[in-house]
Design a protein around this ligand. Structure first.
Ligand SMILES: NC(=O)c1ccc[n+]([C@@H]2O[C@H](COP(=O)([O-])OP(=O)(O)OC[C@H]3O[C@@H](n4cnc5c(N)ncnc54)[C@H](O)[C@@H]3O)[C@@H](O)[C@H]2O)c1
Length: 310
């Protein structure tokens, strides 16, 4: 008997990459799956319905249950259609995995309004759309929502649009967790690194190389990467997404999990550091005190000015 017998999962962007591996894994563990994918390229567009259908065929060939759904989740109508597909075909909804994603690496001076809006629509609003449509159904008997964020949310040269969306996903996650927790619905975010997906386009690596080699700004500290350097594969991320739906993680809610190859970790929640206090409240004069500047900035000076560290 599988971990998810009798349960129903909606997985967006499940025609390829991380979503596909998650659909195959959760189906093998007994879940009925709505395989959503509009069949797009890594920078958007789309319309190849065969992506979703191929995954459905693989699941069925292995003895599982799945149905293909090809809406774009970038609209409220699309998010609603994905959830309704689960209810119409399988009669319930237990898990929403918001995995659909695209990227448009551009320097901020070259990023168009459309580049920004499109990325926000797929990677952030699309997650709201499925949660908005699914929350009332999840509340009936409990369940789990898992949202794909990204380490790029911490800051990634050339990816301001994507970073904004993926960090927005974390705020969305924390708030939904607080709202639905009392109904037995958990909501967590995952920050993965995975090669061997279509999203790993050359421009992403070019921006990282530029940031590190030309500006001397670390992309992620070494502790983020797979310590023994092994290639992070999508199936490792899929395992984490499934784990966050299972009772094995029942005490994890409103958190972020990092996964890269052989490393999994919780991300520390933000906290205030180097607190300074001033009687009567802060004023311009108060902030002109050099001691305050020193206290707040002494080892972060010139952090992103493009100077290589001494
Ligand atoms: N691969 C990584 O290293 C990495 C790192 C950080 C975050 N992520 C996130 O993980 C998720 C999965 O990424 P992946 O690497 O497997 O990418 P991928 O490109 O292999 O798969 C994404 C899928 O989403 C689908 N999709 C795109 N827009 C859609 C829409 N509007 N509606 C429905 N489906 C849509 C695409 O057709 C594609 O099949 C994404 O949200 C991505 O941002 C990936």
């Amino acid at each position: 008997m599988g971990q998810f017998e009798g349960k129903v999962a909606v997985i967006t962007g499940a025609g390829r990459g991380i979503g596909r591996d998650t659909a195959l894994l959760m189906a093998a563990e007994g879940a009925k799956i709505v395989v959503n994918d509009l069949g797009g390229g890594p920078q958007g567009g789309g319309g190849d319905a065969s992506f979703a259908q191929q995954v459905v065929d693989e699941i069925r060939a292995a003895g599982g249950t799945a149905i293909a759904e090809t809406s774009s989740v970038a609209s409220m109508a699309g998010g609603t259609a994905v959830v309704e597909c689960a209810l119409d075909h399988f009669g319930r909804l237990d898990f929403v995995i918001n995995n659909a994603g695209i990227i448009r690496p551009r320097l901020i001076t070259e990023m168009s309004e459309e580049d920004f809006d499109t990325i926000i629509a797929v990677n952030l609003k699309g997650y709201f759309a499925t949660i908005r449509a699914g929350a009332a159904h999840l509340k009936k008997h409990g369940g789990a929502i898992v949202n794909l964020s990204s380490p790029s949310g911490f800051g990634h040269l050339g990816m301001a649009n994507y970073s904004a969306a993926k960090e927005g996903v974390v705020g969305l996650t924390r708030s939904v967790a607080r709202e639905l927790g009392e109904f037995g619905v958990r909501c967590n975010a995952v920050r993965p690194i995975s090669q061997a997906t279509t999203m790993a386009i050359p421009e992403v690596f070019e921006t990282i190389t530029y940031q590190i080699e030309k500006l001397g700004i670390p992309h992620l500290s070494n502790q983020w990467l797979s310590p023994n350097g092994e290639v992070p594969e999508p199936h490792s991320v899929a395992a984490v997404l499934a784990w966050l739906c299972s009772p094995l993680s029942e005490n994890i809610n409103g958190r972020e999990v990092y996964i890269c190859g052989n490393q999994i970790a919780l991300v520390q929640e933000p906290e205030l550091i180097r607190n300074q206090f001033r009687a009567g409240g802060w004023t311009w004069e108060g902030l002109c005190d050099p001691a305050v500047t020193r206290a707040l900035t002494y080892d972060v000076r010139n952090r992103y000015t493009g100077r290589k560290p001494d």
